[in-house]
Design a protein around this ligand. Sequence first.
Ligand code: NDP
Ligand code: HSE
Length: 439
Amino acid sequence: MKPVKVGLLGLGTVGGGTVNVLRRNAEEITRRAGRGIVISHAAARSLDKPRLCDTTGIRLTTDPNEVVDDPGVDVVVELIGGYDLARELVLRAIANGKHVVTANKALIAKYGNEIFAAASRQGVVVAFEAAVAGGIPIIKAIREGLAGNRIEWLAGIINGTGNFILTEMRDKGREFADVLAEAQRFGYAEADPTFDVEGIDAAHKLTILASIAFGIPLQFEHAYTEGITRITPTDVTYAEQLGYRIKHLGMARRVESGIELRVHPTLIPERRLIANVDGVMNAVLVQGDAVGPTLYYGAGAGAEATASAVVADLVDVVRVLTTDPNNRVPHLAFQADALSDLPILPMEQVQTAYYLRLQAEDSPGVLADITRILGDQGISIEAVLQKEPSEGQSHVPLIFLTQRTLEAKMNGAIDAIEALECISGQVVRIRLEHLDSHR
Ligand code: NDP
Ligand code: HSE
């Protein structure tokens, strides 16, 4: 049988990795797919740049439309990134009747509803395994492997760059900017690295995970996002003294009134496996009602780790080329006409536990004032840590761990604590998740 012809948009980190993996493992891939898969046409901005891969035998162009319009191309792989050009090219490929594979989580999180509707009308597949957690086959695991479960919540370390930065800062005391520059050299970071460190990239991925876990449309615009740039070594140290690690966590939880969808720095008990996921590695913990917790771990970024997911999607697409479009795995795991309208909850309605750090005057009655304010809001304290004042200092650091409460109540408590005369500066608040099966 003739090989399937692929048109590749982008020859950067992931594009280069994809060419290499397809070439190196060509024989095994053919045995799995039932047909060979070859890249016949590829686009990049420059044809003079040195490449990670051997492009011999591939027709090259600087015009991505040429690839998308090439009648010889069966499947378009979009590895350019970004929102607008990628959207145009993917919709054009679909209109041309081509299947699409993409690693672009920004594209899927923002325009996925429109893209999947267009693909369904045309009877083509849009596959996006590489868009979430790099090489971890998490889309397949949730969409197919856990299809018998009601998913209750999932939590993930889903940005490799951010996790790499936090790990290097904690273990080696390195500077933020220095580690970020290294992540960029390794090809882990987004074209705009604020997407990594401000949690936007993780929110794109969490949006996708929540949709396939709960059967809701993609709603990136409602995700709550907080970055890692304000995490200090002081908080990392106190958290460790209390038995926790600080991770940049994406959390999606189904509660009666809606869906929590949030990315923020989070204290996690250090005994949890996910608290020990370091460097560029990612992990996603999924709580299903039948299976209980399952954990998926692997490289979250990088050329060949991501190419592994791109090529797996290509094999899947080749396998379904001749199947009835109505009998394929739905893009968002649930049938398109059976998606739920459960709302995404505003952050004030989210329930979580907290780590609070404040600078309090070293005098009698201060602790009582703070505990009274927390008590008035119905917030229970789980642990308190008071440090000795440093030589000549009038204020001491006080650290509280609280039990779960509504974010709105915690906002009220923090406002009242900051208004106390005995408190200096702002209260540092970091959310805390126990990640055990029942909460
Ligand atoms: P790169 O920046 O390394 O590569 C982008 C490629 O797209 C380059 O080859 C570039 O050409 C080409 N390109 C950009 N604009 C155009 C254009 N207008 N016309 C033609 N070609 C163009 O990005 P990555 O490979 O890192 O990322 C690609 C996608 O994969 C993104 O969506 C990213 O979020 C996603 N992703 C990345 C991961 C990673 O580890 N890097 C992991 C998982 C997903 P040129 O080389 O000539 O500049
Ligand atoms: N910039 C992303 C990360 C690439 O660091 O996780 C993988 O999606």
